[in-house]
Design a protein around this ligand. Structure first.
Ligand SMILES: Cc1cc2nc3c(=O)[nH]c(=O)nc-3n(C[C@H](O)[C@H](O)[C@H](O)COP(=O)(O)OP(=O)(O)OC[C@H]3O[C@@H](n4cnc5c(N)ncnc54)[C@H](O)[C@@H]3O)c2cc1C
Length: 649
């Protein structure tokens, strides 16, 4: 056990108070002081959602604090997505929230009960500085803009990335509201609010919008009161006679924090909570991570005599779950930042895409939570309800195959999910071993192989394949040539797209552009991305019917994960989403799909068709169709079990 004379905790938010309580309850220090620069009544923020796991950790730190927070929790099970006067609800969320102020008051009271000193640092800055100087250990719990992190930046090596959207954390008092996400169209673009209750009739109300909307609406230049007045009018119908209340914080962009190390050389200072890492608020995870840090830091200091060893053990134990949470949060944040792309989706599909924005919230999981919700999604996408063993999701091809403004009629394809087996990839001996009869990878699905891939994509582009055979153009060599022509890429793109479009017109065939997902994933921020996107647009502009087939690049043919598309498909999905939903170009993504991942991606409108890669030893009847190298089906089930109780906001 590391015994410490004096510990100074900088920051009296959830992380700082929980850490002080933990260290005190474990009797790890003679004197523990929490210094906060703000007066306790000035706490920013309204309600915070906490899941069962967070409460269990709090119980472990201090059972009395856990019990008191529980009595103040306010729960709900149903969430809605509202756009205009359309609304879709889904149940099974099992969520609960508490007033942040109440949560902090409970922790502060318990700290005082057990002898932690709570001080208001700003009252005497010199005394506060002395406290820090003379402490054995400084705990940096001073939030997202941590000064401890800045002071020891060489040790921590922090990276802070700002999100694209602007948000403001408000509260609403209304008897009309319910837990939901509201999408409201304004003359400046879409604004949305994430709304959830934290007490009867009281709701957290986080308003978000993209930078251009924020600028155009004038919110960027308005005072807090003026800004509140604008938002009251945007959400007037939702609020009814209710009130919108401002907090102490104004508009910001969410800062995602990572640190290479969480403690300093010499083990003088250690980071906890938002000072160490942040996770976008749309997954409601930050407070849980903060109390988990506190619990683990205490355990490690209790377990190891040497402080350096203890802090290293703390970081080793926390890094994986924290980074996993941050990855989920990043996907959720990205959905809100891309949301404009999905605005035109049928409302059920929009709701599904919102619910499935975290990689762990798949079609199967959402069906388990609320079968009526997924059934509604399936019906809206043109298929029947899910049946045992049947493919639940139909293909949502109800947008024009080429860019709006051209004369092509909307494409219509069969209303069943179509799985495409890519012939070239399927021939790759590293993937399939000995060639043999090609069993359907999904027993109940339709698997197209060989030439059928082209027919599948042609159907996607709305062509009658009896009269026109589609032409697949492998864009990769072309891209290499175009990249080499740097400096005059516009002309090169123009010439190449004209040639492809002319060939398509001559033969009456649709063009299928084959390329590696990586080239598109970074969007227009890379030369390759710009070339591909300009090329796709130029081909469509010239009247050729185009679809894009995204294949994994070398070294990207990993496995899909049973709970999500996995890293190998992440790039493909990102690129496909951009091409399909911004460039209006139908897409096929080939990769190691599982059945659940495919249904999730198709249901969420991120891809039109999927090409299923199988690997040696994959049985046709294997659950999910594709084996998971990371474990057996049993291991996957276990992983699913451990993830079951995660918050799904
Ligand atoms: C809009 C929004 C909604 C959220 N909703 C949820 C949710 O529903 N559920 C959830 O779990 N999480 C939510 N979070 C995240 C959650 O609020 C944070 O992850 C959590 O508060 C982190 O706790 P912390 O103690 O590390 O930091 P903070 O809560 O930020 O506390 C830091 C404390 O340090 C003090 N401080 C700062 N600088 C100094 C200094 N130099 N000296 C002394 N004191 C200092 C501050 O006054 C503050 O009291 C949300 C976040 C946002 C932005």
């Amino acid at each position: 056990m590391s015994t410490l004379d004096r510990v100074t905790v900088l920051g009296g938010g959830p992380a700082g108070l929980a850490t002080a309580l933990r260290l005190r309850n474990l009797r790890l220090a003679e004197e523990i002081t929490v210094l906060d620069k703000q007066h306790p009544t000035a706490s920013a923020g309204w309600g915070i959602s906490l899941d069962d796991a967070a409460l269990a950790v709090l119980d472990g730190i201090d059972p009395m604090a856990g019990a008191r927070v529980r009595t103040a929790m306010h729960g709900w099970d149903t969430v809605s997505l509202c756009r205009g006067d359309e609304e879709v609800t889904a149940s099974g969320s099992r969520l609960a929230a508490v007033t942040r102020d109440v949560f902090l008051r409970v922790l502060r009271q318990r700290c005082q009960d057990v002898g932690v000193r709570l001080e208001h640092a700003a009252a005497d800055p010199e005394a506060a500085r002395e406290q820090v100087r003379s402490a054995d250990l400084v705990v940096g719990a001073d939030g997202v803009n941590s000064q401890v992190r800045t002071a020891f930046a060489e040790d921590f090596r922090p990276r802070v990335a700002l999100g694209a959207n602007h948000y403001v954390w408000l509260a609403a008092e209304s008897d009309r509201l319910r837990p939901c996400v509201l999408l409201r169209t304004t003359p400046y673009g879409t604004m949305f609010a994430s709304v959830y209750p934290f007490a009867p009739g009281r709701f957290t109300f986080i308003v978000e919008c993209g930078g251009p909307v924020w600028e155009r609406s004038g919110l960027a230049r308005k005072s807090a009161d003026e800004s509140l007045a604008v938002l009251r009018s945007v959400f007037a119908e939702d609020l009814g006679d209710g009130r919108l209340l401002a907090g102490t914080a104004g508009w910001s962009r969410f800062a995602t924090v990572h640190n290479d190390r969480w403690h300093t050389a010499g083990a003088k200072a250690v980071l906890v909570g938002d000072a160490a890492h942040t996770a976008h608020f749309s997954v409601g995870l930050g407070t849980r991570l903060a109390v988990e840090d506190a619990a683990e830091l205490g355990s490690c200091l209790a377990r190891h005599d040497d402080r350096e060893t203890a802090l290293r053990a703390y970081e080793a134990a926390r890094r994986v779950p924290v980074e996993e949470g941050q990855a989920r949060a990043a996907e959720s944040q990205a959905w809100f930042e891309r949301c404009e792309r999905y605005r035109h989706f049928p409302i059920s599909q929009l709701a599904f895409s919102w619910r499935a924005r975290q990689p762990t919230t798949t079609f199967a999981r959402l069906r388990g939570m609320d079968p009526a919700f997924t059934e509604r999604v399936c019906r809206a996408l043109g298929g029947g309800p899910p049946t045992d063993g049947g493919e639940p999701v139909s293909v949502p091809f109800d947008f024009p195959a080429v860019r709006p403004g051209t004369s092509c009629s909307p494409c219509r394809v069969p209303s069943r999910t179509v799985h495409v087996l890519d012939d070239e990839l399927a021939r790759d001996p590293r993937l399939l071993g000995e060639p043999g009869p090609q069993e359907p990878a999904f027993p109940a699905g339709l698997v197209l192989a060989g030439r059928a891939l082209l027919d599948g994509v042609a159907a996607l582009a709305g062509l009658d394949t009896r009269t026109a055979r589609p032409v697949e153009v492998d864009l990769r060599p072309l891209l290499r040539r175009l990249s080499a022509a740097a400096g005059n890429t516009a002309t090169a793109v123009d010439r190449a797209s004209a040639a492809v479009a002319a060939a398509s017109r001559r033969t009456g065939s649709p063009v299928i552009l084959r390329l590696e997902a990586e080239a598109v994933d970074a969007g227009r921020s890379t030369l390759a991305g710009r070339l591909v996107l300009d090329f796709v647009r130029a081909v469509a502009d010239r009247g050729a019917r185009a679809a894009v087939h995204l294949v994994p690049g070398p070294g990207e043919r990993g496995t899909g994960d049973a709970d999500g598309p996995g890293e190998a498909l992440r790039l493909g999905l990102g690129a496909s989403d951009l091409l399909r939903n911004e460039y209006r170009c139908p897409t096929v993504v080939t990769g190691p799909w599982t059945r659940d991942a495919a249904n999730t991606a198709i249901g969420a409108g991120r891809v039109d068709l999927v090409g299923v890669l199988r690997r040696p030893g994959d049985g046709a009847g294997a659950p999910g169709g594709v084996a998971d190298a990371a474990g057996t089906p049993a291991a996957r089930d276990m992983r699913r079990e451990t993830r079951k109780d995660r918050v799904t906001r």
